[in-house]
Design a protein around this ligand. Structure first.
Ligand SMILES: Nc1ncnc2c1ncn2[C@@H]1O[C@H](COP(=O)(O)OP(=O)(O)OP(=O)(O)O)[C@@H](O)[C@H]1O
Length: 245
């Protein structure tokens, strides 16, 4: 359907049971094919926001994914449409082999053989892990585990890929390998990160969240070139890093 946003969030508010206001009216629209970095200091509300996109948390306001409104009746389909890759691969890898882990999601959504095997092969190829299909995820490096976790989500063919701190704790080579994989994917992407150079490299657009609202939204290089904006929201570029185009 032409003209439908990949993600349309309006007036999203959420309070934790202890009364903490974590989201105070988030508005965000993402168009198909965009890659958007979600930036913000500790406690800004980024994780709380992500947990709403696949219905783990339920606030007030409106969330639409590719034209489908999130509601109890659509939750299952929304969870297929929104693939969340968590920071810790342990949250996503629990089967005896890599291939079993990658098959788990689509099998759960009703995909059967022979398509299931094809999904697993193509997801592992997309992340450069085809040669490791029969290995135990426990015996892979952190960078490889991060890429397998991404494959487990890609195998369900989500319309929106959400990544929580994809580069955290990765050595430089693994960080670059993951960036190469992410850049090769033809997917709408939201990437929560404190890694500002990574955001610049991967996402043409960035939104800055603080105190539960979007305080800036625009080209990543413009946001990162605004020293006053960064300072006001406790963000800092690595020493010597200049965000030129
Ligand atoms: N389970 C919880 N109960 C109460 N308050 C919470 C809970 N989880 C988070 N919060 C609070 O909600 C607000 C938003 O937190 P959130 O974890 O979404 O921020 P964040 O931007 O993801 O931070 P970080 O960059 O540290 O991961 C903060 O004030 C936080 O202390």
């Amino acid at each position: 359907m032409a003209g439908v946003s990949a993600l349309d969030v309006r007036g999203l508010e959420y309070r934790y049971p202890d009364g903490t206001c974590a989201l105070d009216g988030i508005d965000l629209r993402v168009e198909p094919g965009e890659r958007v970095a979600v930036l913000g200091p500790n406690g800004a509300g980024k994780t709380t926001f992500v947990l709403h996109l696949n219905g783990v948390l339920t606030g007030t306001g409106h969330i639409e994914v590719s034209g489908l409104s999130l509601s109890p009746g659509t939750l299952r389909e929304i969870r297929r449409r929104v693939g969340v890759v968590f920071q810790d691969p342990d949250d996503q890898l629990f089967m005896p082999t890599v291939a079993d882990d990658v098959a788990f999601g689509p099998a759960n959504f009703g995909v059967a053989e022979p398509e299931l095997g094809e999904r697993v092969r193509s997801a592992l190829a997309a992340v450069g892990m085809s040669a490791h299909a029969d290995r135990s995820p426990m015996h892979l490096s952190e960078g490889q585990r991060r890429r397998v976790a991404l494959a487990t989500v890609l195998a369900s063919d989500p319309e929106l890929l959400v990544l929580d701190e994809p580069s955290a704790n990765l050595e430089p080579v693994a960080r670059r390998e993951l960036a190469d994989v992410l850049l090769s994917l033809d997917r709408t992407m939201l990437m929560v990160t404190h890694d500002l150079p990574y955001a610049l490299q991967l996402c043409p657009r960035a939104v800055l969240i603080d105190n539960g609202v979007v305080v800036a939204d625009g080209p990543t290089r413009d946001l990162l070139a605004d020293a006053d904006l960064l300072a006001a929201h406790r963000l800092e570029l690595p020493w010597g890093f200049v965000p030129h185009p």
